[in-house]
Design a protein around this ligand. Structure first.
Ligand SMILES: Cc1cc2nc3c(=O)[nH]c(=O)nc-3n(C[C@H](O)[C@H](O)[C@H](O)COP(=O)(O)OP(=O)(O)OC[C@H]3O[C@@H](n4cnc5c(N)ncnc54)[C@H](O)[C@@H]3O)c2cc1C
Length: 307
């Protein structure tokens, strides 16, 4: 009851805030995730500037309501139930890139692909591994995204973020980077505003060729024609999840609309009408099979959102 009053208050207050983009109330999150799964949130807010972002965060914090920041929603499994949370989406409407010498500064909502293209156009090397990853700079900084021998922590110089009280900037060595891990994963209320990347001068044609080569590998190996959230499980020191799943003959194994991709056993794809329950049951089944065979507990790389 108290919660409902709080939420009603928050909705009322949000309606009075003047923002560039209209707030979408009761917005289905399936429209904002690459899995195409996810129930309605209370409201989806898309600030277009740091100032708007801070206004919204401060308001929601003051009203003591839960909010969650998303980028392109490409590493999320959102439950398809009504979600009693407010979503702040930092994606293409919160994007900007500035290049100065060998550094590239990007707002959190900038797509990795755009950052990579801009780096290449400026003969800057260091982001080629990321070409084709569908997330944002914010999501990649948070997840320490990586591929083909590269990862975000190799090129992040510093990150500017809101820590619940004020905006601060921390350099790479303070960001607790490890494999698919970062400071941000342990401080859920931190909101990444921008990142400065330290890149190296290179030959434009070589940078573009390497980025294209990596993108081709993706197209050849990943099931890009179906909705998914990328690799479902983290790499484990004892085994490669996709290889273990493949060896258990689970490619094509299906629960409801969720299927272990025939193309890449590390991906679960949405064959059209998958529910979050289908995906979670499939995850449980895969984990059980892998544990039975290898005594290894696979850990999720995708983040689950919802009660
Ligand atoms: C086809 C496909 C291929 C993929 N390939 C790869 C790959 O090769 N390597 C890899 O590492 N990943 C891969 N991914 C997963 C995903 O693209 C990356 O993890 C990406 O970095 C997530 O970015 P996002 O903007 O989509 O984040 P989201 O999925 O929106 O969010 C992910 C997490 O980051 C947090 N977050 C996002 N933005 C902010 C912010 N501004 N401030 C605070 N927290 C924030 C969210 O709260 C959430 O916890 C793939 C996904 C797909 C669908």
């Amino acid at each position: 009851m108290i919660m409902n009053k709080k939420i009603a208050n928050a909705i009322k207050s949000l309606k009075q805030v003047s923002l560039t983009r209209k707030i979408a109330f009761n917005e289905p999150l399936k429209h904002h995730t690459s899995f195409k799964i996810g129930g309605e949130c209370l409201a989806l807010i898309e600030p277009v500037s740091e100032q708007e972002l801070l206004t919204v965060i401060r308001l929601l914090t003051k009203l003591r309501v839960k909010f969650f920041v998303i980028g392109n929603g490409t590493n999320l499994l959102v439950k398809d139930v009504p979600l009693k949370i407010f979503i702040i989406k930092l994606s293409k409407n919160f994007a900007n890139i500035e290049v100065e010498g060998n550094t590239l500064k990007a707002l959190a909502g900038t797509s990795l692909v755009d950052a990579c293209k801009t780096a290449a156009d400026n003969s800057l090397s260091g982001l080629e591994w990321s070409f084709g990853i569908p997330g944002t700079i914010g999501g990649a900084v948070f997840m320490n995204a990586g591929a083909y021998g590269g990862q975000m922590s190799d090129c992040v110089k510093s990150v500017k973020f809101y820590n619940g009280k004020k905006v601060i900037e921390l350099s790479n060595n303070k960001l607790k980077y490890a494999y698919r891990n970062s400071l941000f994963k342990h401080h859920k209320h931190y909101v990444i505003i921008s990142a400065t990347l330290a890149l190296k001068e290179g030959v434009k044609e070589d940078i573009k060729a390497l980025a294209e080569q990596n993108f081709k590998k993706r197209k050849d190996n990943h099931p890009l024609n179906y909705p998914s959230a990328g690799s479902v499980f983290k790499r484990h020191k004892k085994l490669i999840a996709s290889k273990a799943i493949d060896e258990l003959n689970l490619k094509g194994y299906k629960i409801g609309g969720a299927e272990v991709s025939q193309k890449h056993a590390g991906f679960i794809i949405n064959k059209g009408n998958a529910t979050s329950r289908d995906v979670l049951q499939l995850v449980k089944y895969i984990k059980k099979c892998v544990y039975k065979k290898h005594r290894v507990k696979l850990q999720l790389e995708v983040k689950i959102l919802g009660d």
